[in-house]
Structures are given as C-alpha cells and as structure tokens.
Design a protein around this ligand. Structure first.
Ligand code: TRP
Length: 331
C-alpha cells in the first residue's frame, strides 16, 4: 500500500543534555518537517550503552532529559512519535539478520567508529560497539524511513544503511526502503573553545537547558581573535569563534559586525554580549515550553509509552515482511 506521507526517522543517544550543535544540525529540521512527514524519533539507549555499559545509573534520567529537550524545541508529541530503542525487540532481531551479511571490515573502516573508538580510548572494540551502525541501520529501515535528518558525523552510518537495504532487497525480496541523509543548515557547529565541534565530552557546549546567565558566561569565555588586545586593534572575524556564531544565529547584524570588527570599532565584549542575546532569544521559547513539563513527569512518561507502543506496531509489521522475505516462516 503506498504511503500518503514520507517517513522520517532520526534520534539521539541519551547521554546528557542536547546542545546548540544538535539544534542546528538536526533538531531544527525535525521541528520544521514534522507536519509534512510521518516522524519517528528514537532514543537510542542501547546504542548509548555501547560506550557506557558500565555506567548505567543515569540512563533513566538521561532518557527523560532527552524527552524534555525534544518537547522544549517544539517537537509535538501529537504528531511525532518519540520512542525508546530497547523497548522494540524487533530492532534487535533485525540487527542480527543484517549482521549475517555485513562484514567486519566494512565496520572497521567506518570513520565515525574510528573517531569514537579513539575518543573513548578503546584499543580493543567490543562486538556491540563495532556493530552499532548495523543496529542503527535496523533503527532506520524497520520504519521504512525515506529521510534521516542528522549531523555530518552520521553520514557513514546512513551510507551503511543504504548498502544494507540494497543488499537485503537483492538477496531476498525488495521490501526495504533506501534512506537519504538530510543535513541541517549547519552540519557542524564549532565549540565555544573554537574546537572543530560542539560536544558535551569536549566541555565546550551551550546546552538547550542552560539558563540565560549560563549562556552569558559561556559566550563571555569564548575564544576570539588572539591578535586583538585592545578594542581598536583590527580584528579577523574569519578566525573568531564568536563571529562563527554570528554567522549562524545573527544574520541580520552580520555585515555590520564584520566591518566593525575589522576596523576595530566593536570590542569583543560588546560582540559577545550581542551574541549571548541572540542565543537567549532562541532559547527563551524553549525554556517556556520546558517549564510546562518540568513538574509533570507522568506526562513525559505517557508520551514515551504511547510513542513506543505506536513504534512497536510499525516495527512488527515490517518484521513480518522481512521474515517472509527471508523464508523464516515455518508455521
Ligand atoms: N548515532 C546517533 C547519535 O550518535 C543516534 C542514533 C541511533 C540515530 N539510531 C539512529 C540517528 C537512527 C539517526 C537515525 O546521535
């Protein structure tokens, strides 16, 4: 039966608060597209355990934290389906079937796996960690997703999912859909320290849950052009972290700020103040929405349970087709 709407699937590992990098990389797209697409958002708790299996004590807190981040940015639980990965056993079953024809070498060469293994100091990768992109392919394809809004680091995983779909459809029956990546307007946002990527583990992030004062302090400590000591020193916006943020969050004043910086007419303090103001303008409505859920944990729980039930139904349907295609249907 042809679907009347195309499907989106995307999600995150629950490993702490979401930040501005997540917002411009993927969350903004999810909010924008949720009316137009059937949208599924996966909270990838099992994937989080591939690096944190010994530290499971915060898992439940982190799952609820991410639900409140989603609701705060404007994901509407009436139209988007938010669910938990571990509660859909069919995803794990499908992962096993995909792993039958996915080679270890392909996984070893995945650049995101390599970077993360190095980041976590793994010299001997676990089977589960090396294989999580296979599980991610199952996350995506079990919902027959057409589109996956993610940041740049996820591209190798979506590429793998596409390969797996082609292979499966060719080996068995053409039941799966090849997903496409949708990158955000800013696929990678630099951190407050000017390092290449905003990230919780690099300790350079502005979180969506930060209050106005925290934002001011973080922007105040951001790295700028080291050649500028006095306000009158001509600046070099192209190497300044705060300018990089103006390029994303303050297009209206961009030209004026660039010129004033080059001519030594605006100081870093003033420039940072305007930036913090812009970020707080963006976060204010999120703070308001978050407030509504803050003292209603049972509401978050209901949203998650309903979403998980709905996702489970959809996953079961695909698995019937998958098993039939693979002739795993004996009685
Ligand atoms: N790998 C993603 C991350 O690190 C999380 C994720 C799990 C995901 N399954 C997914 C993203 C499916 C998109 C689609 O944030």
């Amino acid at each position: 039966m042809p679907k009347d709407k195309k499907t989106i699937l995307t999600g995150d590992r629950p490993t702490g608060n979401l930040h501005l990098g997540h917002y411009v990389g993927s969350l903004a797209n999810r909010v924008k597209l949720q009316q137009e697409y059937e949208s599924y958002i996966i909270i990838a708790d099992v994937q989080a355990l591939t690096t944190h299996w010994e530290k499971d004590e915060n898992l439940s807190r982190d799952v609820y934290q991410i639900v409140s981040d989603y609701l705060a940015v404007g994901i509407d639980p009436e139209i988007s389906t938010i669910f938990v990965q571990s509660m859909i056993p069919e995803i794990h079953e499908l992962t096993m079937y995909y792993s039958l024809f996915t080679t270890v070498n392909v996984l070893r060469h995945n650049p995101t796996i390599k970077t993360e293994a190095a980041q976590h100091g793994m010299n001997d990768m676990t089977y589960g960690f090396l294989g999580y992109p296979v599980s991610q392919a199952a996350d995506i394809t079990i919902f027959k997703a057409d589109l996956v809004p993610v940041g740049e680091d996820q591209i190798p995983h979506i590429e793998l999912a596409r390969k797996i779909v082609r292979r499966f459809n060719d080996l068995y029956q053409p039941v799966l859909v090849e997903p496409q990546v949708l990158l955000g307007d800013v696929p990678r946002l630099v951190g407050m320290d000017g390092k290449e990527k905003m990230s919780k583990s690099l300790n350079n992030a502005i979180f969506l849950a930060d209050d106005a004062q925290q934002v001011k302090e973080k922007v105040g400590n951001a790295v700028t052009d080291p050649a500028r000591i006095r306000k009158s020193d001509p600046g070099h916006p192209e190497i300044c972290t705060v300018y990089a943020y103006h390029q994303v969050f303050n297009l209206n004043e961009l030209e004026e700020i660039e010129q004033a910086c080059r001519q030594g007419k605006i100081g870093c303090v003033e420039c940072k103040k305007r930036m913090a103001g812009k970020i707080n303008e963006l976060l204010d409505p999120m703070r308001e929405r978050r407030q509504k859920y803050l003292d209603k944990p049972e509401l978050l729980r209901d949203i998650l349970m309903e979403g998980t039930k709905k996702a489970h139904r959809a996953a079961k349907e695909t698995m019937l087709e998958v098993r039939t295609a693979m002739k795993i249907n004996y009685f």
